[in-house]
Ligand binder design. Structure first.
Ligand SMILES: Cc1ncc(COP(=O)(O)O)c(C=O)c1O
Length: 556
């Protein structure tokens, strides 16, 4: 039974009952039976069943209304009529793959690249953030001929094998030997809790220097590798193609250059000689043991780390990192899957916060791009795209860039512009930040305010799972902001009144918890909280030994 007035819920009773095939208990039971156990639900003890959503609101099977602050995917608002119209209109006409010429594909590519610096002009359309990042790695490896990847601590870049490998957020959960040899982890450029903080004279250079040292160290140490190599009979210049055991990807190196690199400058002559000797038709395949220099294919980072704890890197950091990475022959990949499309307010893309002089070599996009429709994109430079194309391997993606996805993408861009959602993000974001800063003054439990978005269905993240992650649809309003902060205020006040916990040294809990927590003391569970009159806390934030208020939380 819907508890809202029809105008709130927006749909008549008869339609609402049609949204549920099963009772909530039946849905849960069927889910347990047929859906993989590692696919978690929010609030495992009492999951929420959502049957419809509109704008920034979601409705459960009883018509209960939730203010959605989790869904940055529903970027322009849930069920936006313009997006629905565009999808339906195109679906009625045609949906097929991108091997046919279609105007939507090129029009969308043109519109999307117009939001980026002009060097970033070539698009590959794919279907998820993970697919985008996986392809970005392929592009980087083809372009550089290198294999290794530098990633940031606590980073998450996607669920496929190649990305779990470069996501410390995930592989750290698999045990201490789970980091692959070709992965190098740089410190997260967190000036609040990180290695170099606000009081450091130049944190951007200090963090970038750490990346430079990683590159130097990796190149110095090298590692032994088995390589399967074969001469390509079609290559009249004696090209030797190698299949590298690490990561299993194909390196296309000229044999001469390859030996030159492995044996060092002095032995160049020998290498040239060997190349000639090997350039005989009978020698089609050989196993060679080489002492490979470690070479960096890519540095990958979110433009603002989200899972990593809402980290805004100090301005100038990306430029300095890019300089070292380019020097090593690698590329800079900016992951905009979470933060792109105007969410940061001031700019359309998160990386633009670093300054106009910074241009990544590859940008990956996802989540908000299709407002919930599964689409994503990799945008790169002509140079990187040409290198990828030179491999001779066709890139085909069954669904990527189909006319329906592109129509939806275009509608999303239109709505962002028409409704000035980027401006709204700035205005509401600033207002929210101001309200939360007031909370910071009022409640010593709040350590810092550095968010861009806010919610009632609330998630916590970051290495200590103590960062409230606000990522609502972009139509979030001033009233929503005020409402959420009032709820947080009430919650913190209740907590402060209810909690009479002393730490071992006798300090009040609030003082203890404002400290910057060392890693080994933290729990590593993701927490999604539902603030609905009930107070909610995460144990690592409040460091409590006992508590009297209830909490809904989920571990993922
Ligand atoms: C920064 C970032 N990159 C990539 C991904 C992967 O996107 P998807 O889940 O669409 O594959 C995510 C997903 O949460 C993400 O947060």
């Amino acid at each position: 039974m819907c508890k809202l007035e029809p105008r709130d819920c927006g749909c008549p009773e008869s339609e609402r009952s049609a949204m549920e095939l099963y009772s909530k208990a039946e849905t849960l039971e069927l889910r347990r039976k047929h859906i993989g156990p590692s696919c978690k639900v929010f609030f495992a003890k009492d999951p929420i069943k959502i049957v419809r959503a509109r704008g920034q609101y979601m409705f459960d099977e009883n018509g209960e209304k939730y203010l959605d602050c989790i869904n940055n995917v529903a970027h322009v608002g849930h069920s936006h009529p313009d997006v629905i119209k565009a999808a339906v209109k195109q679906m009625e006409l045609l949906n097929t793959n991108s091997r046919f010429l279609h105007d939507n594909l090129v029009q969308y590519a043109q519109r999307l690249t117009a939001t980026l610096p002009e060097q970033l002009s070539v698009c590959y359309f794919v279907n998820s953030g993970s697919e985008a990042n996986d392809l970005a790695l392929r592009l980087a490896r083809h372009y550089s001929g290198h294999q290794d990847v530098i990633t940031l601590d606590h980073a998450y870049h996607g669920h496929v094998t190649s990305l779990i490998d470069i996501s410390p957020y995930k592989f750290n959960q698999l045990g201490k030997d789970s980091k692959k040899e070709f992965v190098h982890v740089a410190p997260s450029p967190d000036t609040y809790r990180g290695k170099y903080r606000e009081d450091h004279p130049d944190p951007a250079s200090a963090y970038a220097d750490d990346v430079r040292k990683i590159i130097e160290e990796a190149e110095k140490n090298g590692r032994k590798e088995d390589c399967i190599a074969h001469l390509d009979p079609a290559d009249d210049q004696g090209g030797l193609h190698t299949k590298n055991s690490v990561g299993g990807s194909q390196l296309n190196s000229r044999f001469g250059l390859y030996l030159q690199r492995d044996l060092g400058e002095k032995e160049k002559h020998n290498a040239e000689e060997k190349k000639c000797k090997l350039h005989v038709p009978v020698l089609s395949e050989l196993l060679i043991l080489i002492h490979d220099r470690i070479d960096i294919a890519a540095f990958i980072a979110e433009s603002m780390q989200s899972c990593g704890g809402q980290i805004i890197p100090p301005a100038g950091y990306f430029q300095k990192v890019a300089e070292s990475v380019h020097k090593a022959g690698g590329v800079f990949i900016a992951d905009e899957v979470q933060v792109g499309f105007g969410r940061v307010g001031k700019c359309f893309w998160g990386f633009q916060l670093q300054g106009e002089d910074f241009v990544p070599d590859i940008v990956t996009m996802g989540k908000p791009i299709g407002n919930g429709h599964p689409m994503s994109c990799v945008v790169t430079t002509r140079e990187v795209a040409e290198a990828f194309g030179a491999s001779g391997l066709e890139y085909f993606n069954t669904f990527g860039g189909n006319p329906v996805s592109c129509a939806i993408g275009l509608a999303v861009l239109d709505v962002i512009e028409k409704e000035d959602l980027q401006g709204n993000a700035t205005r509401v974001g600033n207002y929210l930040t101001q309200l939360l800063k007031e909370q910071k003054e009022k409640h010593p439990l709040v350590g810092d305010v550095r968010l861009k978005e806010q919610k009632i269905l609330l998630s916590a993240d970051g290495p200590y799972r103590n960062i409230l992650k606000f990522k609502p649809p972009m139509c979030f309003s001033m009233e929503d902001a005020k409402f959420v902060v009032n709820q947080i205020d009430e919650l913190l006040t209740d907590l402060e009144e209810a909690t009479v916990i002393k730490t071992r040294n006798g300090l009040p809990t609030s003082v203890q918890c404002k400290r910057k927590v060392p890693a080994d003391e933290s729990s590593h569970s993701e927490c999604i909280s539902h603030i609905n009159g009930n107070a909610c806390r995460q144990e690592n934030v409040f460091c409590a030994e006992s508590h009297t208020v209830s909490c809904k939380r989920i571990r993922t």
